[in-house]
Design a protein around this ligand. Structure first.
Ligand SMILES: Nc1ncnc2c1ncn2[C@@H]1O[C@H](COP(=O)(O)OP(=O)(O)OP(=O)(O)O)[C@@H](O)[C@H]1O
Ligand SMILES: [Mg+2]
Length: 294
């Protein structure tokens, strides 16, 4: 390896860490987070609960974006959240990831970790991964290199671009490539991928850190029908190993994810309007009125 390449690797590693930190926080630093993670400890999932929101309220200048919202997601569950524009779906994710602080309520990860006491980078570190709508992959790097960089944010495996990967790290990249249907494109420049493939790559980058809980906000927006279908397959394959919270307006996609039996949650005006099987909530008069009947 030439010194130039090593320098380039170090530069990219630094840029990646900086961007992660910028995305993860407005206050508090990433390095400070590392020190505290050990004290926070591992989340306890023995009660079967992955995420617990109780009476969460968020006000913006007196307007309640979330209004006494209560919600429980079980370990390994795939929960779809639907609801009209402005219902508070994104605000809910902002609270879970620590981007927005609620005025009141309880918010737990597992049965012991009080998310309201943690900073945004700490929340990312304890195993909550979030996918934003716009894919933000490194366009000029290969698919493989993007996944390799994502390892750098892993507290257990400080790999870095152009450093030697260990066997388990290589295996994990291989596994994730297969999951996101990009094995054949590993050496392709990420910038050349389709919009849908870039979304998968970003999900793959999240998976490199093996999050316990994945938050996905409108993951299939802008995808073709075929890409949407494959994304549903991907999420279904993650169910069980991870807990997933998926916010989506695309009902066909939600239908595929729920497989006719899983619970969906309908949000409206910052609280839960209805919860149950998709077919049941779709037949619910209140839901039809505020959302589906538009
Ligand atoms: N930072 C903010 N300041 C003021 N109001 C906000 C802020 N963030 C969200 N809101 C308001 O809170 C409400 C809920 O917004 P949110 O983005 O959570 O809705 P959503 O359910 O994600 O909608 P969509 O389906 O359109 O994405 C909206 O009325 C929005 O305008
Ligand atoms: Mg939203």
């Amino acid at each position: 390896m030439t010194p130039d390449l090593m320098e380039e690797g170090a530069r990219r590693r630094e840029a990646y860490a900086k961007r992660q930190a910028e995305r993860a926080t407005e206050s508090g630093g990433r390095s400070a987070a590392y020190g505290r993670i050990a004290r926070i400890g591992e989340p306890d999932f023995t009660q079967g609960v992955a995420l617990y929101l109780d009476d969460i309220t968020v006000s913006f200048d007196g307007f309640k974006a979330l209004n006494a919202l209560s919600l429980t997601v079980n370990v390994g569950e795939l929960r779809c959240i639907i609801g009209p524009n402005g219902a508070g779906k994104t605000t809910m994710m902002d609270c879970i990831t620590g981007k927005t602080r609620p005025d009141a309520g309880k918010l737990f990860f597992g049965s012991t970790i009080d998310l309201l006491r943690l900073t945004e980078p700490e929340i990312a570190q304890i195993g909550i991964g979030r996918k934003f709508q716009k894919p933000t992959v490194y366009e000029e790097l290969s698919v493989f290199q993007n996944l390799e960089l994502a390892l750098a944010a892993d507290r257990r495996a400080r790999a870095s671009l152009f450093s030697r990967l260990t066997g388990p790290q290589l295996d994990r990249i291989g596994e994730v490539l297969a999951l996101i249907h990009l094995s054949a494109d590993a050496q392709r420049t990420a910038g050349l991928l389709s919009h849908g493939q870039k979304q998968w790559l970003e999900i793959g980058m999240l998976l490199m850190q093996d999050p316990k809980l994945l938050l996905l906000d409108e993951p299939v927006a802008g995808m073709t029908d075929e890409e949407t279908e494959r994304t549903a397959e991907l999420f279904l394959s993650l169910e069980g190993k991870h807990s997933l919270v998926v916010v989506e307006h695309d009902m066909k996609f939600v239908e595929q994810l729920t497989e006719g039996r899983k619970k969906v949650t309908v949000l409206h005006e910052g609280s839960v309007l209805a919860e149950g099987r998709l077919a049941d909530v779709q037949a619910n008069d209140k839901v039809v009125e505020v959302y589906l009947g538009r």
